[in-house]
Design a protein around this ligand. Structure first.
Ligand code: DQA
Length: 148
C-alpha cells in the first residue's frame, strides 16, 4: 500500500526564501524546507506533494482538487494568513487535518501578523522554528492521522 499523501502548500513570496529578509526568515531556501518535510514524511510513513504559488486562486484550486486525494494538509499561507477568508474557507473543503506553519514567530512581529484566518480551522499551528517547523508540522500531522 502506498504512503498517504500530505499536501504541502506554500503561499506568496515563499519561493524567495533564502534571499527574502534572511534576518527574519533565515537563509534556507524553499527547496530546503520541502526536503525537511520530505525527510520527516519518509520517517513517519507519509508522502509529500509540495507546491508553491503566488496566486491565491491557484492555491484554492489545488485545495479543491485535493479533496479525496490527500490525508492532510501542511500550509504556510504567507501573507494570506492575515488576509484571506477565501483560503480559510477552501481549507475546510477537503475535510482533512490542517497544520499551519510559519517560519517566523508571527506573534512577536507587527500587530497585523497576530491575526490568522487559518488558525481557527487548523488542528495545530507551528511558528518561529524556521525550516524545522516543516519537520514538526509533518510529525504533528502523522500524530493527528494516527488518532483518526
Ligand atoms: C510567514 C509569516 C507571514 O506573516 C508572512 O507574510 C510570510 C511568511 C512565515 O513563514 O513566517 O510570508 O508565513
Amino acid at each position: 500500500m502506498s504512503a498517504p499523501t500530505v499536501l504541502l502548500l506554500n503561499g506568496p513570496n515563499l519561493n524567495m526564501l533564502g534571499t527574502r529578509q534572511p534576518e527574519v526568515y533565515g537563509t534556507a531556501r524553499l527547496e530546503d524546507a520541502v526536503a525537511v518535510a520530505e525527510r520527516a514524511a519518509a520517517e513517519v510513513g507519509l508522502r509529500i506533494d509540495a507546491r508553491q504559488t503566488n496566486h491565491e486562486g491557484q492555491m484554492i484550486d489545488w485545495i479543491h482538487e485535493s479533496r479525496g486525494a490527500v490525508a492532510g494538509i501542511v500550509v504556510n499561507p504567507g501573507g494570506w494568513t492575515h488576509t484571506s477568508v477565501a483560503l480559510a474557507d477552501a481549507l475546510v473543503i477537503p475535510e482533512v487535518p490542517i497544520v499551519e506553519v510559519h517560519l517566523s514567530n508571527v506573534a512577536a512581529r507587527e500587530p497585523f501578523r497576530h491575526h490568522s484566518y487559518v488558525s481557527p480551522i487548523a488542528a495545530a499551528v507551528i511558528a518561529g522554528c524556521g525550516v524545522l517547523g516543516y519537520d514538526f508540522a509533518v510529525r504533528a500531522l502523522a500524530e493527528l492521522l494516527g488518532e483518526r
